[in-house]
Design a protein around this ligand. Sequence first.
Ligand SMILES: Cc1cc2nc3c(=O)[nH]c(=O)nc-3n(C[C@H](O)[C@H](O)[C@H](O)COP(=O)(O)O)c2cc1C
Length: 639
Amino acid sequence: MLNNATHHLSRILLLLQLPKKKHQTITPTTRRRRRRRRRSLTSSSSSSSASPPMQMQTPSTGEQQDDDDNNIKKSIYHYHTVTKHSYPSSYAPGPHNLDWSNQPNPFLRFLSSPSISLPHPSSPSPSPHYPLLFSSSFPSPPLPFSILSLSYLLFHSLSLSAWKSTSFSTWSLRVNPSSGNLHPTESHLISPSLPPSHPPFIAHYSPKDHSLQLRSFLPSPLVPNSLLLAFSSVLWREAWKYGERAFRYCNHDVGHAIAAAAISAASLGWDSRLLDSLSHSDLDSLLAIKATYPPPPPQFPDRPVRGRFPWIEAQHPDCVLALFPFGSDVSIDYSALRDAISRLSDLEWLGKPAPLSKDHVCWDLIYKTAEAVKKPYTPSDGFSVNPFRPSGLISKALYKDFTVWDVVRKRRSAVDMDGVHVMERDTFYQILLHCLPSGELGPEEKQGKQFALPFRVLTWDAEVHAVLFVHSVAGLPRGLYFLVRNEDHFESLKRAMRQEFEWDRPTGCPAGLPLYRLAKGDCQELAKQLSCHQEIASDGCFSLGMVARFDPVLREKGAWMYPRLFWESGVLGQVLYLEAHAVGISATGIGCYFDDAVHQILGLDGLEFQSLYHFTIGSPVLDKRIMSLPAYPGPDIDA
Ligand SMILES: Cc1cc2nc3c(=O)[nH]c(=O)nc-3n(C[C@H](O)[C@H](O)[C@H](O)COP(=O)(O)O)c2cc1C
């Protein structure tokens, strides 16, 4: 007989079986707008469209600030709403067919820029055992900055990790994951002087051959005792396949890259922190975007347009991380740093980016949104480093005998889950303990501050929670569970979600893990339906949706937090990938899910909380038809 809780979940599940009209979550207006946008993919031979143009956003000043803020928020909400997928089969505007002849090259090359080759790390590796990295303190003394240690950093975060081949095609895979394996994220090192005689420099990282492409020498280091690592996105790479939803995926990928870098840095004894007071325009100058690419048009078209638009290949600067020896006394003076950055335009910048595609599609909404989320300088934030807290550990024995470097280079997305593996309950709790931002806390303390690895790289308190669909964990009833990653949000979450949810602590749950059971019941079919009908969401041990505090964050801080919520989701996703591999199974990020259907299941109305990313964890089924080849030396193709 069904008990009450199961009955509740069954009722909730029924919601998804209502006739289409009732649970279609897009409004007729949105649907009409989507149809119009799809129909209107027009051609253009120049960067300006024939149709009435829309104004680009300009920075706001003085009295107009509130109005401008409201407008910006509206544009973000517009983007976020239009790019929702809707159950059962309505997808955000994107291309109907893939234009293979214009697939963007996944490898950016700066032509005529001198190359700095990086030594390939050889075994035996000096990397710590995986669980040790998250334990009482950083496990190894910091390595000095050198060409070798930079090579270690990049090899274990952003390099190629394999080539795959079938009789039809061959493609590369990387240490960091990417939606559709399109890899919009580019990385740039800003290095201090290195022994024996390298002056400070800025270089672009080329994963294809694990080398640096020199962009400029610096007259002096930009910040003392630190290495900087900047990320930018080639939005077009992702938009080519996913259309308007691509801006979300690019930002997930940035989050994965941030976490990959923070973990790799930690394995070298380096701490990392976003330099997030800097403005978008500071980052633009840091990467010499204006000196490198043609400018965007003064006005964007008002609909998706096909044509040849070289400006579309420009990198969109995302963020810069400071990496420094763990525990060192780093102080960064933002105003001195901004002064130094503003003088970079006087330098000689080397290399011209090779084109990535012949023709393009301008998904105008992406570029308007990228404008609207540009961050201003926020001096009040200043630079600080959070105290380190270890992550909770039930037992080291729950992990396989892998080093950090083994795990990061083994990471692979599962394309299929076996549907039979049963996860031990302690393994499940252990994985979730490593997902907590504050690590291990005293009895009166609450989760929320970013103290633990790799979350401590982020400069804001945790905003992202997780709703879990538990399918196959020994000793744990199947059902919906909720991990509260910032306990200050607990009451608002409870108020915002279905009142019939139980909010019970599951059996055996460690005291420091804010995990709650919402409802018992089999939610395999539900998880699959919500994740665009993908079986990977139902055939793993559990899957999850990342639920972010949304509208309050944008109101409190500004539209520039929009991409950052996706970064935080990506950081959490990277941890899930690594944890899964460290316990001997696998995971997959899921960007395709039906946004409002997830909200409906949870009872969430409005924009206070939004689901931003899904994930699944389980035992992978390997496709034996795919051959695996070593990352280096790879075949001489760009794929
Ligand atoms: C943001 C993001 C969204 C993704 N969404 C999906 C998805 O919806 N379905 C899926 O099967 N894989 C998804 N993936 C997995 C990618 O396809 C995978 O990362 C890519 O093919 C590269 O493979 P690798 O992770 O093994 O390096 C996603 C990955 C990321 C980072």
